[in-house]
Design a protein around this ligand. Structure first.
Ligand code: ATP
Length: 510
């Protein structure tokens, strides 16, 4: 798995998908830039989400709210007071960690120890082995599972009570060491607010402290009535938005999985109070269906229902994805009650209510939200499309099996050789098709090497212009996954690409 992750990292860089930000200055932690192919894949993912949300649902409309918002927004939403992570520093390595992550890793260690015992026994006893029975009776397994459970309970209590002293004590009692220095020389645990702040106006004028938004959702909440009134929207209706969000993440080690500047794609669905659980179930099902329409194996996805809910939620689940480093959150679906709108009413003094013409009364709607990170989505698709294949002749190829509508380049235009009128015809074809598709023209190197270059960036089709093309107006079209080549009439390519590369085929699956 680790190996796959390393390969994805170097492939992303080598083929212009993702670069470390400010690379020439040795980079900036957990900040990334998208290169010439990455920007296209990311744009296509965003567009596919937008079409599925806004174009296919007449009751959902879009919004693009500003990154800067009035600072009271974040007081109302609770972010100023409570958007914190508990952090701890190791005095020897000077490395900073999330205390909760260190403890959760320790719990996982006990669980893994127990599982190792089970695996060892399974090898020893062979076919007759009953894993469940062993788990519930073997003293060593039971001891480790008990340790995990005790620690989980103790940690949950400290988190609930926001008892930072107790969290530090847990780290000391468990003799957790810093992975870098190997020492137990820890500072106290402190709360650390994840919002980035900046200032509006000059200091002399009495500048106003602003925050870079840590989520896009609040822009939707504060515009709820603007959109409802001007769009004459009736409940239930949704507002969708994509845009940058910023979090000063303490632990940011997993490439674009956890970034300090990232993009969210969120939809807030406003519903009549009392119907929210029904809508929550609806969106939970809809969103996993959307992910499955991307064509990756369904075994990569699972739900994780939250049993501990945030104070404002009455139901919440994550869609988790099997990233190269294990199952982790890809998207959150939350039933947020009327918490946010009520808080904005309270802090702004403005009514955030919907007049229900059927009931002839006004009330604050409830909200079901779907929230997915575009960068995590990008990583999920890239890492599970990546493949290294051994071909019949024994040679190797690296290929991205991206769905054609998402691929950065839809077709490569390749004159077989750089002479005899082939480049000219190829350029003519390129000019005509480039109105409809993102293409790449390539005349350098042997045709096989050119195919490999396109496979590596996931280009679904290669169009080769050879001497016969000049005689009878046919070309060969090579398909990426099967590597099958067909000779077809030049005039049929546009239709074929339109059929196979448009998002319609994917949208039809929804
Ligand atoms: P995590 O527990 O992984 O920190 P979260 O529960 O804080 O995530 P939410 O606040 O629910 O995340 O945000 C919604 C989505 O935004 C997440 O499912 C994820 O896809 C994305 N996201 C959140 N934080 C980051 C980040 N630092 N980098 C990239 N994507 C992120």
């Amino acid at each position: 798995m680790d190996d796959l992750f390393k390969k994805i990292l170097s492939h992303s860089k080598e083929y212009g998908f993702v670069f470390q930000s400010s690379d020439i200055y040795d980079g900036l932690g957990a900040v990334y830039d998208y290169g010439q192919n990455g920007v296209e894949l990311r744009k296509n993912l965003r567009e596919y989400w937008w079409k599925a949300m806004v174009q296919l649902n007449e009751e959902i409309v879009g919004l693009d709210s500003a990154i800067f918002m009035h600072p009271t927004t974040w007081k109302a939403s609770g972010h100023t007071d409570a958007f914190n992570d508990p952090l701890i520093d190791n005095k020897d390595s000077k490395k900073r960690y999330r205390a909760d992550v260190l403890i959760e890793d320790q719990i996982e260690k006990y669980r893994l120890k127990a599982e190792k015992e089970v695996e060892k026994a399974a090898k020893r006893f062979g076919d007759s082995f009953d894993a469940d029975l062993y788990r519930s009776t073997n003293p060593k397994v039971l001891e480790n599972l008990q340790k995990a459970e005790n620690l989980r309970k103790r940690f949950a209590q400290s988190a609930e009570a926001e008892d930072l002293k107790e969290m530090q004590q847990i780290i000391l009692d468990e003799a957790i060491v810093c992975p870098v220095s190997g020492s137990k020389n820890w500072t106290e645990v402190r709360q650390f607010n994840l919002m980035f702040s900046t200032e509006l106006g000059s200091v002399a004028d009495g500048a106003m402290k602003l925050y870079l938004r840590p989520e896009t959702a609040q822009g939707i909440f504060v515009n709820f009535l603007n959109v409802q009134k001007t769009g004459r929207m009736r409940l239930p209706f949704g507002i969708a938005q994509t845009g940058k969000a910023f979090r000063n993440e303490i632990v940011a080690r997993q490439f674009i999985f956890r970034m300090r500047e990232f993009e969210q794609m969120e939809m807030q669905y406003f519903v009549k109070p009392g119907t929210e659980i029904e809508w929550y179930e609806h969106w939970k099902a809809k969103r996993i269906q959307w992910h499955l329409s991307l064509g990756l194996s369904s075994s990569f996805y699972r739900y994780h229902d939250h049993d501990k809910l945030a104070h404002y939620a009455n139901a919440a689940a994550d869609i988790e994805f099997d990233f190269p480093f294990g199952f982790k959150e890809l998207e959150g679906i939350h039933s947020r009650t009327d918490f946010d709108l009520k808080r904005h009413e309270e802090f702004s003094g403005k009514k955030m209510q919907y007049f229900d013409p059927e009931l002839n009364e006004s009330y604050v709607p409830f909200v079901v939200e779907t929230s997915v990170g575009l960068d995590r989505l990008f990583l999920s698709v890239l890492s599970r499309s990546y493949d290294e294949e051994t071909l019949e002749d024994g040679s190797q190829r690296t290929v991205l099996h991206l769905p054609a509508p998402l691929a950065p380049i839809k077709a490569a235009i390749l004159p077989l050789v750089k002479k005899d009128g082939m480049p000219e015809l190829a350029r003519k074809i390129q000019k005509e098709l480039s109105i409809h598709f993102n293409l790449q023209y390539d005349e350098k190197d042997a045709i096989g090497r050119r195919y490999r270059r396109q496979d590596a960036i996931g280009t679904p089709f290669c169009i080769t212009i050879d001497p016969q093309s000049l005689e009878d107006g046919t070309i060969t079209i090579r398909e990426r996954d099967s590597m099958k080549q067909d000779r077809v009439d030049l005039n049929s390519i546009k239709e074929r690409l339109l059929n196979e590369c448009s998002m319609e085929s994917m949208l039809l699956k929804l």
